[in-house]
Design a protein around this ligand. Structure first.
Ligand code: FAE
Length: 546
């Protein structure tokens, strides 16, 4: 076994017990009442921004980049307010759970849709999408002309819905990921800091070898190795001790009942439990959930006027607010940040932004596929929803294929993969004045290089194993899931739309600090790189600008 991770995981993030001791005043009633759900989600106290408020630092979005910015600014003595369009995700529904299960999507699952749009649209050839009430749910399937971009919505951003795979790119590949960034500093300081802050850890290999819930991954390993491909373990932010307890039936199940896409009720160390918990401890960070930033423009007396819409859970606007901020951090994710900047430049609110705004967007080369195994290669009806491993074919074909779970609860005899490939195509966001929205010019056909790269792995495995691709997962007998990405990157690229630390050109005091900075491809799952880059940039910004 080898590993792609080049750090020494040191998960010293806030333990639940320590946090409860430290934040009794914030969680008060819930903690005293021993309410496990709230205790697991020690996030900054919602304190809604009032119309006309003035704040020193305003962070738009509460995903990875926003959480790093909030924590480090607060630790440096700056009061921070986070504005998050999604919900707080701190209150259980009538079933006692905060999040819905992957196999039973409900009103909580999707952001303002009346019908689910599941990444796998069919199973055994039957469509699986269904009607749901329109609600500010946790997963957004945002549709552009040529691609659907999946994103997390809520306090914690993508950490609420993602697979937790926490991958540090191989050092030799870093130059292609962020060419203007000093790799020595990243690997000596910022990747280790990010991994520690996120609570990244490896699965216990001995347990993994015998756990029923990772049979699918062991089948994936067998097939990879029999075709001569390197099979690597990757760390995750799931609490592995919790998963062991799930397997023995001692705690409420989460990964072992397939929770992931629509949130994990237990076990996953989302940002709510790591960076945001530590931010809450500073006492300097507040958050307005269900608040959406619509505009940022220079204020007459200096700083910026930020226009905000307050939403209810149907998505209706219940109030509009204008606040002023000395400094504004765009952390609304690659798509959210870029859409705002493109609109604000085009409409003249931020006219001095440069011509790089909106450019350099990529899908991290995402493409999915499934293989149909023989009856003797059962992948198991119990599948942990947290991936642990993949096929690292960067050296030969330019693909990292995550062996992904298919947690349906039944034996599927399917091996399922999300490949991250080197796709050179880059798209641009532009303002569509007639429609009053931002468009993205990505074309579905641009996935072909990704399909070609993935085929170098799976054609060979199929030939060796005498197996075929599944055609029942994406509708219309399609083999390739080429209609989506989970990993939007770019749009306000580091060193182009911003300086080399995320300061936007043209308007002092505005920063980009999220996945929009990364030029389209991280080569591996991106959140560790987004976090590490944010750690690097905020350190410099605090030292030089505050
Ligand atoms: P992000 O986490 O998306 O946070 C942006 C936040 O801003 C969101 O909470 C938005 O609701 C909010 N927002 C947007 N617009 C506005 C606005 N106008 N006003 C106020 N708030 C706004 O950004 N990555 C991995 O490394 N490993 C994985 O295993 C993995 N699995 C994934 C699985 C799924 C299903 C998905 C969807 C993603 C996955 N990712 C994974 C990708 C990862 O979650 C993503 O790269 C990061 O979350 C991006 O971080 P950012 O800070 O850029």
């Amino acid at each position: 076994m080898t590993s792609t991770a080049q750090h020494s995981p040191d998960p010293k993030d806030v333990s639940r017990r320590r946090f409860i001791a430290a934040t009794g005043s914030i969680l008060g009633v819930s903690v005293l009442g021993g309410h496990a759900v709230a205790a697991e989600r020690p996030i900054p106290a919602p304190r809604l921004l009032a119309d006309g408020a003035a704040v020193p630092a305003l962070v738009i979005g509460s995903g990875y980049g926003g959480s790093v910015a909030a924590l480090r600014l607060a630790q440096a003595g700056v009061d921070v307010h986070m504005v998050e369009m999604g919900m707080a995700w701190d209150t259980p529904g009538s079933d006692g759970k905060i999040f819905a299960n992957t196999t039973a999507p409900d009103y909580r699952s999707f952001w303002l849709r009346t019908r689910t749009k599941q990444p796998l649209s069919s199973f055994l050839g039957f469509p699986i999408d269904k009607d749901v009430p329109r609600f500010t749910g946790v997963l957004d399937a945002e549709e552009f002309a040529g691609i659907t971009v999946y994103q997390g919505r809520g306090v914690g951003g993508g950490s609420l819905v993602n697979g937790g795979m926490a991958v540090t790119p191989r050092r030799e590949n870093f130059g292609a990921v962020l060419p203007t960034v000093n790799a020595d500093e990243m690997y000596a300081t910022y990747y280790p800091r990010a991994n520690t802050g996120l609570g990244v850890a490896h699965v216990d290999p001995a347990w993994w070898e015998s756990a029923a819930c990772y049979q699918y991954a062991r089948v994936g390993r067998k097939h990879a190795q029999r075709s001569g491909f390197p099979f690597v373990f990757v760390p995750n932010v799931y609490d592995w001790e919790y998963m062991k307890q799930e397997a023995t039936g001692n705690v409420p199940k989460s990964a072992l009942v397939g929770e992931v896409l629509y949130g994990n009720n237990h076990g996953k160390k989302t940002l709510q439990k790591t960076y945001l918990a530590r931010a809450a401890q500073t006492g300097r960070v507040t958050v307005s959930p269900l608040h959406r930033v619509t505009s940022v423009a220079p204020a007459a007396g200096g700083g910026y006027t930020v226009a905000i819409e307050q939403l209810d859970t149907t998505g209706a606007v219940t109030a509009t607010k204008a606040v002023t901020a000395d400094r504004v951090f765009f952390a609304a994710g690659s798509v959210g940040t870029t859409k705002l900047l493109v609109k604000l430049k085009a409409k003249g609110q931020l006219p001095l932004l440069n011509g790089e705004i909106g450019k350099g967007w990529g899908d991290n080369g995402n493409v999915m596929c499934g293989r149909a195994n023989h009856m003797w290669d059962a992948t198991g009806k119990l599948q942990a929803s947290m991936p642990t491993a993949g096929i690292d074919n960067w050296a030969a074909g330019g693909a990292f294929a995550e062996v992904a779970p298919l947690p349906t609860g039944i034996e599927t005899y399917a091996s399922f993969y999300l490949s991250i490939t080197r796709n050179p195509n880059r798209a641009a966001f532009t303002w569509n004045a007639a429609a009053g929205r931002v468009d993205l010019n990505w074309q579905t056909a641009w996935k072909q290089p990704s399909i070609d790269a993935a085929k170098t792995i799976f054609d060979k495995i199929n030939a060796k194993e005498g197996t075929i691709y599944r055609t029942d997962l994406f509708g219309g007998s399609k083999i390739w899931g080429d209609h989506l990405t989970y990993h939007p990157l770019g749009g306000a690229v580091l060193g182009k739309a911003t300086d080399n630390y995320g300061r936007l050109h043209g308007h002092a005091g505005l920063y980009v600090i999220d996945g929009a900075l990364i030029p389209g491809n991280a080569g591996v799952n991106p959140f560790v790189t987004i976090t590490a880059l944010a750690e690097r940039n905020i350190e410099r910004i605090i030292a030089a600008d505050f």
